[in-house]
Design a protein around this ligand. Sequence first.
Ligand SMILES: [Zn+2]
Length: 306
Amino acid sequence: MRCLICNNKTIFLEKYKFNVKSDVEYLGDNDIYQCRDCNFCFCHPMPKKIKLDEFYQKIYRAYGRPHEYDSIDLKNNYKSFKNLDYLNYLEKFLDFNKINQLFDFGSGTGCLGYLIKKNYEKIKISSAESDDNCKKILKEREYKNYENINEINEKFDLITCLHSLEHLTDLSIIQNFKSLAKKGSYLFLEVPNCEFNSKFKLRPYDSPHLMFFTKESFQKIAKKYSLEILDISYCSIPLEENFKNMNYAKKKYENWQKGKIKNFLKSSLRKFLKRVKIFKTFENKEKKNYQENDKNLSNLRVLFKI
Ligand SMILES: [Zn+2]
């Protein structure tokens, strides 16, 4: 087993941990391997493409399982603390008046691009998202959505990829980003911060993430793909705080099964309002506990110049 970034030797680290137990059908019974040189970790064996496609089309955002909060896209939620923070961060490094085209890979409902467009009207926003529910919202938000990244025949000044990279089975997408980028453009990535030290080993689960990045991994990626790093930083809530949320999610969702929808029609409005309330509580907690520049924070963000 060779490292997916630097091709050096890897060692078996741990068994892969599941959030929803039944996801093993799509993701497989995997192990986690770690590169001895750059500390990058990844799943092995990787899930089969056909199973993974099925997972993201039919299961990932299914009702009553993790990510149900993603679909609670209240119309004004694009101005959430998290999205405003992304915008503030980017404004420190780049001049949006010089950005004409933005591409968001794995955009979900496209909150960040929509927020950017609200602030800088002339920017054209594009996305690559396959989820039907998200596609509807993207259309309302004037995104040009591509089903397949290979169909894109325009070039971009800014490419964003937030919490998507870790869901892929390899890093070839970086090459795609490079060919979609104008010269001198920017690539903004955010992923979970996965330094497999004693603290991180207490994480409740890995699924459905397949690749686990550290600061060092991104330094290697920059070298491999000839990208210039403008910034790498830690941010978000402390790991311990995040693990508490993950434990809550695990308890709630671990026994979720496809096709078993409990009392959905009976009390859907009440349930929806309850979900909105929980969502808002999480968001407020995240805002309260948000920090920057500490190794033990949950996220890692990188801004590359291409
Ligand atoms: Zn490596």
